[in-house]
Structures are given as C-alpha cells and as structure tokens.
Design a protein around this ligand. Structure first.
Ligand code: ADP
Ligand code: GLC
Length: 486
C-alpha cells in the first residue's frame, strides 16, 4: 500500500487537550497511521491549556500571522507544531489568541461558532500555504465538519484539492453545532446558501454536522451498532433521515485502544504493574485506591468504579435508582470520578454523604486517578442511554475490571455477556433503560463474584481481549484506499 497524506482535524487530542474519548481516538488514529508510514498531520486549536503546557512548540515558517476574514471579523492565525508523543506524527496547532486563549476547550461564548470556523478554514489554508495536498481530510464531529463543503465552495477554486476525499467521523451526534441562520456570513456561505440543508435554513438554523453529512465523501461512526442506531428516530437525534439517505456511504468502525497508554503491564500512572499471569499488582492497586479515600474493605467486598463525563448520555439516572439499593443491601465499595451536570454531581455527592464508609466521589478531571480506578476497581459501571463506542469498558477489560454496561452502541459490540455454563463472556449487559434492569445485571455480577473460580475466568477472558489500534487502523486504511480508487 502506498503512503497516503492524511490530514486529521479534531477539536481535541490527547495528551494536549481532552474532555472525552474523542481526544484519545484522534491522537491514536494519527499515531497509528503515522506508524504505518503514512504522512499524517493532526490539526487542532492552540487552546490556552496547550499554550501553558510543557510542549515544545515550534512556529512553522511561512505560517505566521496569516490574515483571515470570518464574516465581518478580520483576524490572524499562526501555526506551531510539535511531535505527537511516541510517534513521528506532527500536531499542527492553530494559534489565534483572540479566539482560543480562553479557559475551557469549549465555551458558551457567543463567538463559539467562529472558533471552529477558524479551525476548519485554517486546516485547509495551512495545507495551501505549505503546498501539501492531502489525499484525505479526516474530520471529526461537528467542530470540523464544514471542511467538505468549504473544499467545494470557498476553496473550490484551488486545484490542489481536486482529488482530495473527505471522511467525517461521528463520535457523538448528540452535539451537532447548530447555529442561527444569521451566522451564514460568519461561516462564509453567503453565496452558497443553496447548498445548505434547505428546510433547516428556512427554519432559521444551520447545522455544522448536518452540513458535513451532506458533503463528506464517506461517513464513519465508532461502532457498527451505533451506525445502525443513528438511522432510527430513537437515536438519530433528528439526523436519521439524512443518515438513511447516506447509508451507502456510512460505515461503523469500532475504536481501538491505545495499549501504550492503557495497559496495566506498563502503566506508570498506577501504583503497581500487573498482568493476567500475576494479579498481585491489581490487589495492590485496589488497596491503594481504597486507602486513598479511607474506605476500608476486605477481599470479599467488590469495588465498583465509574469514570465519566456526567451528562444525560451516560445514563446515571439508572445509577440513582440502583446504587442506593445495592449500597444498602450489600458489602460493596464505589469510587466515582466525574464532573459535568450539576444534578448528577449532586447525586454522587449525596450518595457519598449517605454512605461515607462505602462511597468516594472525586470531581474534576484527573488523568492519573482515571487510570487508578480502572486498575483498582473490580467492576466498572456504564449504564449509558446511548454510547457511540465508549472506551472505558475496553480499558476496564484490559485492567481485569469487569464491565457492567447497557446493551447500546459500542458497548453492545465490545462486551459479551458472561455464560456460567460455557465459561465464555467478558461482562454483564442489560437492555431496558430501567433501574431494575441495571440492578439485575449487578445481581448477576455479584453472584459470579462469590464464585472465585468463575470470577477468575471472567477476568482472564476480559484481559485477553484485543482492541488494538493496529487492527482497527487497517479498516480506515482500506476505506481511504477505496475512496481514492487505489
Ligand atoms: P466520552 O467520549 O463520551 O466521554 P468515552 O468512554 O469514549 O466517552 O471516553 C471517555 C474518556 O474520558 C476516557 O478516556 C475516560 O477515562 C476519560 N474521562 C472522562 N471523565 C474523566 C475525568 N473526570 N477525569 C479523567 N478522565 C476522564
Ligand atoms: C464520543 C462518544 C464515545 C466515544 C468517543 C470516541 O465522545 O460519546 O462513545 O467512545 O466519542 O469515539
């Protein structure tokens, strides 16, 4: 296979700026395509937190103070680059202090759309200025999904992009980047309004994501099940019609796991290392996690873990129904790391108050603690309402931490129900979005927990799973090749 030029555009990439799985996936895809010899650029904004980080950022000559007009706003951007850790791939940061020098990655500011219009346009322009014609623009989520239409319109004159294909990956259609139709000029589409979704335009809105869906050469999402689910009214979030219309261009490719970062054999962020052959280290991680929060527990009390953004997507209403019951009746421990909507934060805060000897709740964003929970817990809870892929269940499997998940999206594709008769399976699943269904799955899990031999088998099954990017990246390569007719 000949080397391809791939420009990946993402609003987040680990370790530079991360709020969720998108950051892990964008970085891993860039790293692994690079490892396979492709010429990859990963383009993202230079947020304040990146600027303040320890990265050695080098200004790219010829790409400094480039003027750009976004509607009635005239501004400038510059490009700096650094190596993506553990790779030869370079990250290209778009620097524009006026738009990106803010505390968060995402904001509620009224120029939020301009922050991502700039990302889209700067990604294209930095290719132009450096005379680097990508074979593929691989754009992620709404933040980058205007690129396919920009290439046909605002930059349609540039023959450099004549054979460039675009791939739009949907990580989560719960976020669509919908702005008022009065932003047409800011987006640069005032002469191309006829190419936008007409019905929505008449209703006074423009969706970044739907525009990408209309014009990307191919659309992928992060699991096969989610690819099906989003074509239905239940989970299509209003895009189901468009997605059905483009079903021939839509494929589900389940995310990989970056085992360089997420593997207890060499994870430096956890108190002790371990492998399936020797789980002593896992016991040490468990003891350290409990000690950190002053939760005493003998080996018979299982430890549940949660690491999550606390949003409606993640299904914690069910936890609110089920967990108090379990905590009342059973000798279990629970360690939660997560922040987000106040109602869920309040729930976990009050749970901790009600069960101070059993529950620990940490807020904020804490990379090291997220690894320590994966390693120190026995069971991991993901009762998601919907889950495009989900990474934590796959991390859990590798850490010997048994996932209890709702059968939706990528959770359905990556966890298999334990079967006591055959000894096959890796976790526990439930279907109905009800507290009782979660309770039932937890009861099944605790039943197996009490059977040491069965539990060991279950843990070993999970640790043996292989979701490595080496495998998954081949599916993206095959897709690119197909689009390019090679
Ligand atoms: P999503 O992208 O919808 O948030 P994923 O399961 O794909 O869900 O990925 C979540 C990622 O974010 C995981 O790597 C998880 O460890 C991380 N994460 C979520 N919340 C926190 C937090 N508070 N601190 C540290 N890491 C977190
Ligand atoms: C999204 C989804 C999550 C997925 C991640 C990476 O944030 O919510 O399920 O794993 O993107 O693709």
């Amino acid at each position: 296979m000949s080397a391809l030029k791939v420009c990946i555009v993402s609003s987040e990439a680990a370790p530079f700026a991360k709020t969720g799985g998108l950051a892990d996936v964008a970085a891993a895809l860039a790293r692994h395509l690079g490892k396979k010899g492709h010429d990859v650029r990963l383009v993202m904004p230079l947020y304040q937190r990146v600027q303040q980080g320890k990265w050695k950022l080098e200004p790219v000559p010829g790409l400094q103070d480039v003027p750009i007009t976004l509607g009635s706003k005239r501004t400038w951007f510059s490009v700096s680059t650094t190596e993506l850790p553990d790779s030869k791939t370079r990250v290209w940061f778009v620097r524009c202090p006026e738009l990106y020098d803010r505390e968060g990655i995402y904001t509620q500011d009224q120029d939020e759309h301009l922050r991502f219009v700039l990302l889209n346009r700067a990604a294209i322009e930095l290719c132009q200025w450096s005379k680097w014609a990508p074979d593929v623009f691989h754009v992620n989520d709404w933040h980058a999904s205007l690129i396919p239409l920009y290439l046909r319109t605002v930059y349609g004159w540039d023959r450099m992009f004549q054979s460039t294909k675009t791939v739009l990956t949907l990580h989560n259609i719960g976020y669509q980047g919908i702005v008022g139709a009065d932003k047409l000029h800011d987006l640069g589409f005032e002469h191309f309004a006829n190419l936008l979704h007409q019905e929505h335009l008449r209703e006074g809105k423009i969706g970044f994501l739907e525009t990408g869906l209309l014009y990307a050469t191919a659309v992928t999402t992060v699991s096969a099940t989610y690819a099906e689910e989003i074509q239905t009214p239940e989970l299509g979030m209003g895009l189901e019609g468009l997605l059905r219309a483009r079903r021939d261009a839509l494929v589900g490719i389940v995310n990989g796991v970056d085992y360089d970062v997420w593997d207890p054999r060499h994870d430096e962020l956890i108190p002790a290392r371990y492998s399936p052959k020797d789980l002593k280290g896992k016991r040490a991680c468990r003891a350290a996690l409990l000690a950190k929060y002053g939760l005493a527990a003998g080996p018979d009390a299982p430890v549940f873990g949660i690491v999550s953004r606390l949003t409606a997507q993640k299904g914690f209403e069910l936890a609110a129904e089920a967990l108090p019951v379990v905590l009342h009746r059973q000798d279990v421990r629970l360690v939660v790391l997560g922040s987000g909507e106040e109602r869920y934060q309040n729930f976990f805060t009050s749970l901790q108050r009600s069960f101070p000897d059993k529950v620990a709740y940490a807020t904020g964003y804490d990379e090291a603690l997220s690894h320590s929970i994966e390693a120190g817990a026995d069971l991991f809870l993901m009762p998601s309402r919907y889950e495009p892929c989900g990474l934590n269940q796959m991390y859990s499997l590798r850490y010997g931490t048994v996932p209890i998940v709702r059968r939706t999206g990528g959770l359905a594709d990556t966890v298999q129900e334990w079967n006591g008769r055959t000894g096959a399976g890796t976790g526990f699943l439930f279907d109905e979005f009800k507290g009782e269904a979660l309770l039932d799955a937890i009861a099944r899990a605790l039943g197996v927990w009490r059977d040491e031999q069965a539990w060991n088998r279950l843990v070993q099954n999970g640790m043996a799973q292989d979701f490595s990017w080496e495998k998954q990246v081949r599916q993206y390569e095959a897709l690119y090749e197909r689009l390019l007719g090679r």
